[in-house]
Design a protein around this ligand. Structure first.
Ligand code: HEM
Length: 127
């Protein structure tokens, strides 16, 4: 008998339905947050939610690849033209943390999520 494969973070979080629900609640919070919501002026949020679901699914080990733009390319203009910086990144991370806390995700898993998301900081901020 083979050992069962190690569960991915994606699976531990509850799979597709849980990650999709987290992304929905996350963008509700982001769009209500005046520190950061102006970055999304004119952005198609239906498409944005779909992209974010695909990216997080990939980043948490639930899919083998991600076909969207790189984190560097997709945020370059925001840095150059809208002044995207660490304080904005921190605000987005705070909204994600609050989302996972509200959903009752255990602290150790939330910690793993925040570490993965945190690892994108320098790419997002194009440095
Ligand atoms: C915290 C880590 C972040 C992740 C994982 C992330 C992820 C993504 C993804 C997957 C896309 C879609 C890329 C594509 O079109 O293929 C995107 C676009 C975008 N992100 Fe982020 N992002 C992060 C941080 C931020 C921050 C801090 C802001 C601003 C406060 C931001 C604002 C935007 C905006 C406005 C777009 C849409 C750009 C456009 O369509 O013109 N993101 N992000």
């Amino acid at each position: 008998m083979n050992e069962p494969a190690e569960q991915t973070l994606f699976e531990k979080l509850g799979g597709k339905d849980a990650v999709n629900a987290a992304v929905e609640l996350f963008y509700e919070k982001v769009m209500a947050d005046d520190r950061i919501n102006f970055f999304f002026d004119g952005v198609d949020m239906t498409r944005q939610r779909a992209k974010q679901k695909a990216f997080m699914t990939y980043a948490f080990g639930g899919a083998p690849n991600y076909s969207g733009l790189s984190m560097r390319d997709s945020h370059k203009k925001l840095v150059e033209e809208k002044g995207l910086n660490d304080s904005h990144f921190d605000a987005v991370a705070e909204n994600l943390q609050n989302t996972l806390d509200e959903m009752g995700v255990p602290a150790d898993l939330t910690g793993e999520v925040m570490a993965i998301v945190g690892s994108t900081r320098d790419d997002i901020l194009n440095r």
